[in-house]
Write a protein that binds this ligand. Structure first.
Ligand SMILES: NC(=O)c1ccc[n+]([C@@H]2O[C@H](COP(=O)([O-])OP(=O)(O)OC[C@H]3O[C@@H](n4cnc5c(N)ncnc54)[C@H](O)[C@@H]3O)[C@@H](O)[C@H]2O)c1
Length: 223
């Protein structure tokens, strides 16, 4: 596949298209229009067409998109067909929940180890994944190719472990620690700050409790 730098905004929409397409595939719908995709994702149909066209199209005028074909193409574009290795740093409440969640490995994201400093956790297996002593992190990274580090650690140590991982060649960070990380430009960070979403929900909840209404489409709309 051609290598071209794309706007992160487009890329952030792709998993939403993929989720909608998976839902359609599950109920064995074979064909979908950009209008229907728009309804399912909350995006404007012309935006969807434009995004998908930038990767080569996949649709046909008057026909729409073949669901199976689009699903396969989105999987290729998102790299879901390529295996990736991950480590979890911080095997606490959140780290453990991620380690136990098998959906990631079904989609090619394999957690190969976790690290913690707590002796009661070191040596234990959680979700079939061994928790190692954080002291072994550097050595492990020297001996194993790791694509993504999942940071489920306290914010005060998140940058320190990020630096170690970057030094050892890790280029992807899934950051749950409430801290903005500094990384070089050949490294990518995806922040997962659930509280932002919860605070947004809190705002809308206040509105609906006072009698205001929001349609499903409006709530999905990210434009
Ligand atoms: N992004 C979000 O929405 C979200 C939600 C919940 C928690 N968090 C964040 O995720 C992180 C983990 O939360 P949690 O509830 O799992 O906490 P936790 O206390 O259950 O887990 C933290 C783990 O890190 C380990 N640890 C602490 N200091 C360490 C060090 N210096 N080296 C190695 N291991 C160390 C602890 O032993 C523990 O197992 C925190 O930063 C928290 O703020 C983020």
């Amino acid at each position: 596949m051609e290598k071209k730098r794309r706007s992160p905004a487009i890329i952030r929409r792709l998993p939403k298209y993929y989720r909608a397409i998976c839902e359609l595939a599950e109920i064995t719908i074979s064909r979908v229009s950009s209008q229907e995709l728009g309804k399912l994702t909350g995006f404007n149909p012309s935006q969807i067409r434009q995004d998908l066209n930038s990767f080569g199209g996949f649709g046909q005028q008057g026909y729409g998109y073949n669901v199976k074909n689009l699903k396969e193409n989105l999987e290729k574009i998102l790299g879901l067909t390529e295996e990736k290795t991950m480590i979890v740093i911080g095997a606490g409440n959140l780290g453990k929940a991620i380690m136990r969640y098998s959906d990631f490995s079904e989609n090619g994201f394999h957690i190969i180890s976790a690290f913690d400093r707590d002796e009661s956790k070191i040596g234990r297996e959680i979700g079939g994944i061994e928790v190692r002593d954080i002291q072994e992190l550097e050595e492990f990274l020297s001996e194993n190719q790791v694509d993504i580090a999942v940071l489920t650690i306290h914010k005060d140590v998140a940058q320190k472990y990020t630096n170690i991982c970057v030094e050892k060649g890790v280029q992807g960070f899934w950051n749950f620690a409430p801290k903005k990380l500094r990384v070089p430009k050949n490294v990518v960070v995806e922040n997962m700050w659930l509280n932002e979403s919860l605070y947004t929900l809190g705002y809308f909840l206040k509105d609906v409790k006072s009698g205001l209404e929001y349609s499903e489409d409006e709530m999905e709309d990210e434009e």
